[in-house]
Design a protein around this ligand. Structure first.
Ligand code: F0G
Length: 451
């Protein structure tokens, strides 16, 4: 049995200073950034929880592999390392490297979908949805209803609603559904996992109708560890065995190696279909690069090859899941409303419940994120009405934890700052928009406090 105290399973060899600012400085910086944390300089942020994507720390093994990168244009040895590491875990016939996840999505949907098609997913991530829509298809979320209720505690709140999937297939017709996707873990729904039982049920429905099943695999290792912890029959399996079993239920996947690939850049697209793979590689050559590098350097392929295997190490995953839960549990025990239970890569504050006096039109999530920066130099991101407009189902603030970057004392500091803001929550004011772009407005929006 491991000890009760779950420590960081690494020691630190190279450090990167972070910079303090005063509250007065942050007031000016926040005004200059129009209360939109995307518009801050990263150097003015003390603890950056904007995203867990591409922000992780690489291991000594990864840096050593970087030096082994073979930068040959075609037939690079690094591609062989990459391909065999991916196939070891994912098991698919064709491995197509891409510069990040959304490039894999673009190629997949361009090849598989046409105008009028429908793509079901437990929850589409925003780039996934945008790439489905950009080819004229419709992206439909088929999440278990409880997945949209912040306070409901379920072990697998990322599960797809299998009955709703069956109904959707019956309603629109199998010929309009070129593929079904399952996102593990469900990022937009709170980093919640999908159970093996659910993946199996979805796979059975898909294959009964002859529809291919693809995984959006960004956080597959965290999902595998939740299965080990929570699903009967998996306690004695390794995370790798669990991941292999899950991917065997599907026909392919998209992956952003910036998450559970433990790399700062990279991704891939996999399929078992020879004909699709040929079309996908043709498209890859057109816009990403030759199929043995796909827009990455040989050294990036090496970093991902090693990182994928490291993400499945049990001591790492035990620490990863425990440290995210540590943040969530320590604020929840003081009454701070969060999406329950804590997810794999992030804690999501429920801004609507945190700031009930601020109406949705005044962006409670953006106001709360601004306040966390003001109080302690912490950067988070709103996932609510500024991001999704009227389509927003919840008003959340995501605190995403970069992999292997912050220690427990950093997280203790984050807890302290959130609790300070919680104490004076009734004094926090809403915000109004002063500028918005025609699409994806959250990246560039300007806001100001309401009087
Ligand atoms: N799918 C999911 C579930 C994601 O979370 C992301 C990225 C992507 C696809 C796209 O991958 O960024 O490599 O192109 N999520 C990041 C985030 C950006 O902050 O959650 P990408």
């Amino acid at each position: 049995m491991p000890s009760k105290t779950i420590i960081e399973p690494f020691r630190i060899k190279s450090v990167e200073p972070i910079r303090w600012t005063t509250r007065e400085q942050r007031e000016g910086l926040l005004r200059a950034a129009h209360y939109n944390l995307f518009l801050l300089q990263a150097d003015d942020v003390l603890i950056d929880l904007l995203t867990d994507s591409g922000t992780g720390a690489m291991s000594t093994h990864q840096w050593a592999a970087v030096m082994e990168g073979d930068e040959s244009y075609a037939g690079s040895r690094s591609f062989d390392h990459f391909k065999s590491s991916v196939q070891d875990i994912f098991g698919y016939t064709h491995v197509i490297p891409t510069h990040q996840g959304r490039a894999a999505e673009r190629i997949l949907f361009r090849v598989m979908c046409k105008q009028g098609d429908v793509v079901p997913n437990n929850t589409h991530f925003d780039t996934t949805r945008a790439n489905v829509e950009s080819v004229g298809a419709e992206a439909i979320d088929v999440l278990l209803p409880e997945g949209g209720q912040p306070e409901t505690r379920l072990p697998f709140k990322g599960n797809m609603d299998v009955a709703a999937l069956e109904e959707l297939i019956a309603r629109v017709g199998r010929e309009h559904i070129p593929l079904v996707m399952l996102t593990v873990t469900n990022n937009s729904g709170g980093g919640q996992p999908v159970s093996m039982e659910n993946a199996r049920a979805v796979s059975e429905v898909c294959h009964k109708h002859g529809i291919p099943l693809y995984f959006d695999a960004c956080r597959f290792a965290e999902n595998a560890y939740f299965i080990k912890l929570r699903e009967p029959g998996y306690a004695d399996k390794t995370p790798k065995q669990i991941a292999q079993e899950m991917f065997a239920l599907g026909d392919g996947c998209t992956m952003s190696a910036k998450k559970d690939g433990m790399a700062n850049i990279g991704g891939f697209l996999c399929t078992n279909d020879d004909i699709l793979a040929r079309q996908e590689k043709d498209l890859l050559i057109l816009t990403e690069g030759y199929p043995t590098y796909g827009g990455l350097a040989g050294r990036d392929l090496e970093a991902v090859a090693v990182g994928l295997q490291e993400s499945l190490q049990e001591d790492y995953l035990r620490y990863r899941i425990a440290s995210t839960a540590y943040l969530g549990d320590h604020i929840a025990e003081h009454g701070v409303p969060i999406v329950q239970p804590p997810g794999g890569h992030a804690i999501y504050l429920d801004a609507k419940a945190f700031l009930p006096h601020i109406p949705v039109e005044q962006f409670p999530g953006v106001a709360l994120a601004a306040e966390l920066y003001l109080e302690g130099g912490i950067r988070s991101v709103e996932i609510g009405s500024l991001m999704f407009g009227e389509a927003a189902k919840m008003e959340l603030v995501r605190l995403a934890i970069p992999r292997r970057v912050y220690t427990q004392s950093h997280i203790d500091y984050v807890v302290e700052i959130i609790l300070k803001v919680w104490e004076r929550r009734s004094l926090i004011k809403g915000l109004r928009l002063t500028y918005e772009a025609p699409f994806l407005r959250h990246f560039t929006a300007h806001l100001e406090p309401v009087a």
